[in-house]
Write a protein that binds this ligand. Structure first.
Ligand code: GLN
Length: 477
């Protein structure tokens, strides 16, 4: 089998049967990365020695009878998740040279399951962006068309998986950063219910929105990763105590028959590229053919979601990023002569333009006299958006929507920040409501650019959501 065709499930099966070892799989990954990454530019760093050591340990565990499904599986990690002994730059100059002293909980869990976390992949700086062009280090390309972006902010994760240089990856999603790049690159991207996955050790962007999730070739692979990632964590007080579902049994016999799938009419409006609309309509047709009941629903406050997000997310970011002051982490300006100029210059030199824009915006909306008018009001509207979903889920099991208004755009095409923000129109509302949502490949444009559809589920219906997505995948086969 060629490396690019391995999924988590098929590689695990082949390793169990002794057809391939984890060391061989990791060697094949390194060879593909060396062959392809000059074009794709997905990886920031790769700890080859560490990878081989972890893989041979996994091989010994397997020989000793361990049957964990992630044993020996290499996972590419978005560069804001801490892995002990590896760099963690968040694609920012301010963290250049920083080496993590500890493992994020998600990494500790993957390692306990035997996964190999050695490759770190590119992203928009501090996860702010929709194209990965905001990285301070490199521009990742879409493997389906190298003149186009892979989406963002988890663009390195998506491009590495789609480009055949990773088996699977971790991304993070604050307003769409797992789902939109998954759609642009033709892979599966799953954002769990807020609170399902620990954020401990995951560099914070907007703490009330951030979630780690899998980016994989199949829904089954996302379920395999979710099984290891999910669960309460004493290090993160926002993790939920709900029991972790058994994904394998949820996916068994998955079917669309009898499911009520809602189409929120606010998501089917002019402005979406005709080819995207066509592919989404075809997907709706396939769900109906497979026995789902298609229901028209309304989420009336959708039009306010962008405005709410671009108050709440920058507000939280401005507080979270205050810790980067040139003293404790990463870049310190050489030009400063007192402590105030050390803070100011280190931040001025270290942060990129988009990050500075968000910090200024966030500081403004939180400042005294403006707090109520902006932040307070945004939080109230956020509640209305969540209630829209609650009432829609009184009528339907899942919602089906486009992921993004267009397929992947060209590198350099979107210069104006507002048009970049508009990419997340369809992904932001579920983030604000904390709901689980998944992007599943649905087809491609005439030019061969992938387009996904999004399924959104009620809070904590993560396992039924994956089952629905798995059944949708079958309609394309
Ligand atoms: N593109 C959105 C933003 O720039 C979402 C990013 C994300 O989900 N991390 O904020």
């Amino acid at each position: 089998m060629e490396f690019k065709d391995w999924t988590v499930a098929s590689a695990a099966e082949a390793m169990r049967k002794g057809e391939i070892s984890s060391v061989e799989l990791v060697r094949a990954l390194v060879a593909e990365k060396n062959a392809r990454d000059g074009d794709i530019q997905a990886y920031l760093t790769f700890d080859e020695d560490g990878a081989i050591a972890a893989a041979s340990e996994a091989d010994s565990r397997r020989a000793a009878g361990d049957t964990s499904p992630l044993l020996g599986i290499p996972v590419a990690v978005k560069d804001l998740i801490n892995v002990r002994g590896q760099p963690c730059t968040c694609a920012s100059k301010i963290l250049e040279g920083y080496v993590s002293p500890y493992d994020a909980t998600v990494i500790a869990r993957l390692k306990a399951a035997g996964a190999v976390c050695a490759g770190r992949v590119n992203m928009d700086e501090f996860a702010m962006g929709s194209s990965t062009e905001n990285s301070a280090f490199k521009t990742t390309r879409n493997p389906h068309d190298l003149s186009r972006v892979p989406g963002g902010s988890s663009g390195g994760s998506a491009a590495a998986v789609a480009g055949g240089e990773a088996v699977c990856a971790l991304g993070t999603d604050t307003g769409g950063s797992i789902r939109q790049p998954a759609s642009f690159c033709g892979i599966v991207g799953f954002k769990p219910t807020y609170g399902r996955v620990s954020r401990y050790g995951v560099t914070a962007f907007a703490s009330s929105l951030d979630q780690v999730g899998p980016m994989t070739k199949t829904v089954e692979d996302s379920a395999l990763l979710a099984q290891a990632l999910f669960g309460a964590d004493p290090h993160d007080g926002t993790t939920a105590l709900n029991p972790v579902p058994d994904f394998a049994s949820a996916l068994r016999g998955a079917s669309l028959k009898g499911l009520r799938i809602g189409l929120p009419r606010e998501y089917f409006v002019p402005g979406t590229a005709p080819e995207v609309t066509e592919i989404v309509k075809a997907a709706i047709g396939k769900c109906a053919d497979a026995g789902a009941e298609i229901v028209d629903v309304s989420l009336p406050h959708t039009e306010y979601a962008m405005a709410v997000y671009y108050i709440v997310a920058p507000a939280e970011a401005s507080a979270n990023l205050a810790r980067f002051d040139g003293v404790r982490y990463g870049h310190r300006s050489a030009k400063s002569d007192d402590v105030m100029s050390l803070y100011c210059r280190s931040r001025a030199e270290g942060f990129g333009q988009e990050v500075k824009r968000r910090i200024i915006l966030g500081t403004y909306v939180l400042s005294s006299g403006y707090y109520d008018a902006y932040y307070g009001r945004a939080q109230r509207v956020r509640t209305l958006i969540r209630r829209d979903f609650d009432s829609a889920f009184g009528k339907v099991d899942f919602l089906l929507t486009p992921v993004a208004p267009t397929p992947a755009f060209k590198v350099g095409e979107l210069q104006d920040p507002l048009s970049m923000y508009l990419n997340d129109l369809f992904t932001i509302p579920a983030s604000l409501a904390g709901l689980p949502a998944i992007s599943v490949p649905a087809g491609a444009t005439a030019a061969g650019l992938p387009v996904g559809v999004q399924f959104i589920a009620p809070s904590f219906a993560d396992a039924p959501l994956l089952a629905c997505a798995r059944a949708f995948e079958d309609t394309l086969a």
